[in-house]
Design a protein around this ligand. Structure first.
Ligand code: C2E
Ligand code: MG
Ligand code: MG
Ligand code: MG
Length: 280
């Protein structure tokens, strides 16, 4: 950016960006009010073990149930919640709601309940020194065993500074699992896998989308499952939409799949019935 070199931030005079800043400020205030008004919801998407088809985990995904505009997807509000810092309170709310739901499912379904609840954590949450204590407090008050919780973080959040890496070690020490989300996108480095505690690689949908084509994406998907197996991690393939993708992933060695083919995020997903698995 030429404007950056002058030292004068472009955003101070651009009418377009001013407008966007104004919109973001308004949205930020609305989000705060929405949290107080109880307008957020958590939907859950199954993570399925193949070939048997058991739902071994669910991922918690937040939505905003707006009184006029209907159900709003996280891509529309998470970035602003991160900018304003509301993500700290919103994230804590999601974590508590998800842990409470998991405790209910364990009470209802016993051994048939999923083994784990997976919750997304943003850079801003992870960087705070209080984060591991906040997680520990939620586990204690909800009564969810720490081994039933996975936190999903991105590589960007891990490198986001603050207390991020220390937080991962503390969470790990509690018994919480760490998943690297959207793995293979962003500025990923395999070096990350031996510098931070990681239990699960979530291989990004972009590789899954083209895993059935004999091209680079399939080669990378294959390399990632080999790295994962070699390091003793679990790998989850994200965004599986078709039987063909499921079959191709299974053939490469993937045993944990997540995507619309198995179930969309829902307020009360089907946890017990058999799902289509793979054609072994
Ligand atoms: P993510 O954590 O990578 O979650 C996966 C996203 O892919 C979800 O979108 C999910 O609905 C979508 N997805 C799953 N399977 C398929 C598929 O087969 N096809 C397609 N096209 N999409 C699929 P969603 O729920 O809109 O969430 C988007 C992102 O927002 C999440 O990506 C995550 O980064 C963020 N997010 C969601 N909930 C939270 C939260 O509670 N806290 C934070 N910090 N971030 C959240
Ligand atoms: Mg995720
Ligand atoms: Mg993901
Ligand atoms: Mg993603």
């Amino acid at each position: 950016h030429a404007a950056k070199k002058t030292g004068e931030p472009y955003r101070h005079w651009s009418p377009v960006l001013d407008e966007r800043d104004g919109e973001n400020a308004r949205l930020g205030a609305e989000l705060q009010a929405a949290l107080h008004a109880g307008q957020f919801r958590v939907h859950y998407q199954p993570i399925v073990a193949v070939p048997e088809g058991r739902v071994v985990a669910v991922e918690a995904l937040v939505r905003w149930q707006h009184p006029q505009r209907g159900l709003i997807e996280p891509a529309r509000f998470i970035p602003v919640a991160e900018q304003t810092g509301l993500i700290v309170d919103l994230g804590a709310w999601v974590l508590r709601a998800a842990c409470e739901q998991m405790v209910r499912w364990r009470a209802q379904h016993g051994a048939d309940a999923p083994d784990r609840m997976s919750v997304n954590v943003s850079a801003r949450q992870l960087a705070r020194p209080q984060f591991p204590d906040a997680v520990a407090a939620i586990l204690t008050t909800t009564g969810l065993p720490p081994t039933c919780l996975t936190v999903e973080v991105t590589e960007t959040a891990v490198f986001g500074g603050g207390h991020a890496v220390a937080a991962l070690h503390r969470l790990r020490a509690l018994g919480v699992r760490i998943a690297l989300d959207d793995f293979g996108t962003g500025h990923s480095s395999l070096g990350l896998l031996h510098t931070v505690p990681v239990d699960v690689l979530k291989v990004d949908k972009s590789f899954v989308d083209r895993v059935t084509e004999a091209g680079r994406h399939a080669v990378i998907a294959k390399a990632l499952i080999q790295v994962s197996d070699g390091l003793g991690l679990s790998a989850v393939a994200e965004g599986v939409e078709t039987a063909e993708q499921a079959d191709a992933l299974y053939a490469l060695g993937y045993r944990l799949l997540q995507g619309y083919y198995y179930g969309r995020p829902a307020p009360s997903p089907d946890l017990l019935t058999l799902h289509p698995t793979v054609r072994v």
